[in-house]
Ligand binder design. Structure first.
Ligand SMILES: Cc1cc2nc3c(=O)[nH]c(=O)nc-3n(C[C@H](O)[C@H](O)[C@H](O)COP(=O)(O)O)c2cc1C
Ligand code: SF4
Ligand code: SF4
Length: 357
């Protein structure tokens, strides 16, 4: 099939997936195919969708060995494919230690989105995972520039060749081994989707270096940050946060931290012994034993999320006290970690509205 136009929907925290999407658009342009990039945001208006485009791409980062919830939701809201061709690319955490490159693992990420597209009537022509520099700065330090550039250069070759093959009409299905591993680890992915992402969103806080400029709130693709406080506004991370790392990677003052000491507190608040105590007290009031297994699971789930919410409310309030803020800042590894964003991607590049060209 000869394509004349293409649309790529991308989600990107620190610019990796955006960069991959732009390489693909460049290849398409060279072949005379007009292309547009749209950012996946927290809503999907039917008018966003480009009915006239004959090739659709979805490019996004891997989170928890699968696709981020935002991408799953957005794909579900796409209009029926009616035989339109599509491709899916998940970027993943490439690293390089002592000159040895290590691949990331996209797991079920790309094939899950491909499956959803097929169910919507699209014909999926290609699926791929591609290593870009790992951006999970809550967990580890960012890569240095030389290592990042090395990984990015290899990714470009892979992305260009994938796109050229799709345009030539070839089918490209990569990452079957990763898919099998992803299926094996799907309990981790599920855990990440239903609990993990909420847990990680509630570890963010702004250190004393924060000037209250509001850039993080403005640039968050999911509008997950609220600036709170009249005199000195400070960011407050809501449950809408997908831990895409944009606020952390682009804060001009390196003020966004992820508190590892609070992670321990949150763990105990949501599990034993606090949960045991609270649930026992609640049990005395509403006698949970009488209810079904499903009810008990839902009850525990609601408790966990509510405890995250309440504990974080107190935590973010305490972070306004300079001494406690300093204590948390100096007891988190992220204070030592290097920040990462794709070296050629400025914040304004990925702050595009979902409808803009
Ligand atoms: C919360 C989170 C979870 C991640 N999980 C995975 C993972 O399971 N496997 C993997 O290979 N990379 C994982 N990564 C790394 C990113 O997928 C990778 O760096 C991606 O290229 C980031 O793209 P972006 O800058 O477009 O957001 C994760 C990153 C974050 C922030
Ligand atoms: S965390 Fe950074 S970007 Fe956000 S308000 Fe503070 S200084 Fe500005
Ligand atoms: S709050 Fe930060 S990490 Fe969370 S979605 Fe927004 S930019 Fe990404």
């Amino acid at each position: 099939m000869q394509y004349s136009s293409m649309v790529i929907y991308f989600m990107s925290g620190t610019g990796n997936s955006y960069r991959v999407a732009t390489w693909m658009a460049e290849i398409a342009d060279q072949k005379g195919i007009t292309s547009k990039l749209y950012q996946i945001s927290n809503y999907c208006e039917k008018s966003d969708l480009e009915e006239e485009k004959d090739l659709l791409g979805v490019v996004f980062p891997t989170h928890g060995f699968t696709a981020p919830w935002q991408v799953i939701r957005y794909t579900l809201h796409l209009p029926p494919g009616r035989g339109k061709h599509a491709f899916v690319v998940a970027t993943r955490a490439g690293t390089r230690i002592a000159s040895i490159p290590f691949p990331g693992m996209e797991g079920t990420a790309s094939y899950l989105i491909a499956l959803l597209l097929i169910m919507k009537g699209y014909i999926v022509r290609g699926v791929m995972g591609v290593d870009m520099p790992s951006n999970w700065m809550s967990l580890h330090w960012g890569l240095n520039l030389a290592n990042s550039k090395f990984i990015i250069a290899r990714a470009k070759v892979k992305a260009d060749s994938f796109m050229a093959s799709i345009i030539e009409g070839k089918r490209m299905f990569r990452g079957i081994l990763s898919l099998l591993l992803g299926l094996f680890l799907s309990w981790i992915s599920l855990g990440y989707l239903i609990i993990g992402r909420f847990f990680f969103s509630k570890l963010f806080f702004a250190s004393a270096s924060c000037t209250g400029c509001g850039l993080c709130a403005e640039s968050c693709p999911l509008k997950a940050i609220r600036m709170t406080g009249r005199n000195k506004p400070r960011p407050y991370w809501t449950f809408s946060c997908e831990s895409c790392m944009r606020c952390m990677g682009y804060c001009p003052n390196k003020a966004v931290e992820s508190s590892h000491s609070f992670a321990i507190v949150l763990y105990f608040v949501a599990t034993i012994p606090v949960s045991l105590y609270v649930l026992n007290r609640l049990n005395e009031i509403i006698i949970i034993e009488h209810y079904s297994f499903f009810f008990k699971i839902m009850f525990d789930y609601i408790y966990t999320l509510s405890s995250f919410f309440a504990a974080y409310l107190i935590f973010s309030w305490l972070m306004r006290i300079p001494l406690l803020n300093k204590l948390c800042t100096y007891t988190t590894f992220t204070h030592l970690y290097r920040r990462y964003h794709e070296p050629d991607t400025a914040l304004k590049d990925i702050m595009m509205e979902s409808k803009k060209d």
